[in-house]
Design a binder for this molecule. Sequence first.
Ligand SMILES: [Zn+2]
Ligand SMILES: [Zn+2]
Ligand SMILES: [Zn+2]
Ligand SMILES: [Zn+2]
Ligand SMILES: [Zn+2]
Ligand SMILES: [Zn+2]
Length: 153
Amino acid sequence: MNIKNLYCSYPCEKINSCGKHQCDNECGKPHGHDSCPQKIPYRFPGCNHPSPKKKKCTEPITWKCTYTVYITGANCGHPIKKQCYEKDNEVKCPVKPCGRKRKCGHLCRNACGEDCEKGDCKNCNDIHKEKMKNSMKMQRRESKTLKTRSARR
Ligand SMILES: [Zn+2]
Ligand SMILES: [Zn+2]
Ligand SMILES: [Zn+2]
Ligand SMILES: [Zn+2]
Ligand SMILES: [Zn+2]
Ligand SMILES: [Zn+2]
């Protein structure tokens, strides 16, 4: 018989340092009560959002609240979805198209939170492309007529 295994195996039942939970270690095992391993649901301090996961009772919260919240865009009034820890002024409004006008007078097609002048204006680009196409057609037509003319000679 192994004497080392002979210890009291009843639950210890002392209260852990949290003051709420009973210790469920075996009485005879050497252990402390400074930390409480009980898994508990909790809310984040500050915002009071419930966490989707449980944590150990005495584990300090060192992570951020990722609860989904909606804020109203300060400049545009759109409802913006964000995670709780994200700063309001760092969240860009994703509403597309933004609906404001660019300097060229065309409607902005960027997201609301983006700079209206960011990137090229698609309308201006389309107009440019259309012009290029037309001038290409003209050139082709001209070269055709030149050819037919020279063929007749
Ligand atoms: Zn104990
Ligand atoms: Zn506890
Ligand atoms: Zn939160
Ligand atoms: Zn917006
Ligand atoms: Zn814009
Ligand atoms: Zn434009």
